[in-house]
Design a protein around this ligand. Structure first.
Ligand code: B16
Ligand code: MG
Length: 217
């Protein structure tokens, strides 16, 4: 029986990847380090500090941990300024309808985002009341593809992982969902998300009916 659906944020509920891109670009410009949209693709679903390592990989810079933490904070200052402009219009098409119909059916909803800014973003989107649990990435030992964040969301909801579906736009996220023993829905292209149990090009094509089909009672 389907008890809960656990969503990733960036790329599934809303497209914060563009803001992450602009914020990393601003930091890279300040450091005189090259950065590109191609490189930004590699940062999807990756934690802030791991992202910084990728941004700095061709810079020739080798920095002590304290300096890295300051740079990550500097990027986050740019990012917070940008997410201050988020409104409910930034929910991806079909998402409000999907969350409404899950609520009507009594299916719980959780969030498993690597972003420490996720609670603020859900508030700005006007989406917080749809979610009964938000996993806290700060307390995690390992990021995606480790299942920890999805398991934490299931635990907070009080549900069995085998009765959950995870929804993700990144390959590492699909791997995390499957390792958690959940069914995985991929939003994106088969080239990256071929391991998903159900693959859809856009969140708008997802429905409660399709999700219920994945876990038969
Ligand atoms: P923050 P998700 C991820 O969100 C983003 O995809 C990734 O680009 C970002 O670096 C990460 O959150 C951490 O975000 O700097 O706000 O803590 O896809 O897991 O919802
Ligand atoms: Mg994502």
């Amino acid at each position: 029986r389907l008890e809960a659906v656990i969503f990733d944020l960036d790329g599934v509920i809303t497209d914060t990847a563009e803001y992450h891109y602009l914020a990393w670009q601003a930091l890279a410009d300040e450091l005189g380090v090259p950065f590109s949209r191609e490189k930004n693709e590699r940062l999807k679903g990756v934690s802030r500090l791991e992202s910084l390592d990728i941004v700095l990989e061709d810079s020739g810079l080798s920095l002590p941990e304290a300096a890295k933490l300051r740079l990550a904070e500097q990027k986050n200052d740019h990012y917070r300024e940008m997410i201050g402009r988020i409104t409910p219009a930034d929910l991806l098409p079909g998402v409000p309808e999907l969350l409404d119909s899950l609520r009507e059916r009594g299916i719980q909803v959780g969030l498993a985002s690597a972003s420490l800014n996720a609670p603020v973003i859900l508030e700005r989107l006007g989406a917080a009341s749809w979610f009964q649990a938000i996993a806290d990435p700060a307390g995690l030992r390992k990021g995606k593809p480790d299942p920890e964040i999805f398991l934490q969301a299931a635990e907070l909801l009080g549900v069995t992982p085998g009765n959950c579906i995870g929804v993700e736009d990144a390959a590492a996220g699909i791997a995390a969902i499957k390792a958690a023993g959940m069914k995985a829905v991929g939003i994106g292209s088969p080239a990256q998300l071929g391991d998903a149990d159900l693959l859809l090009p856009r969140a708008a094509e997802l429905s409660a009916e399709k999700l219920l089909e994945l876990i038969k009672p």
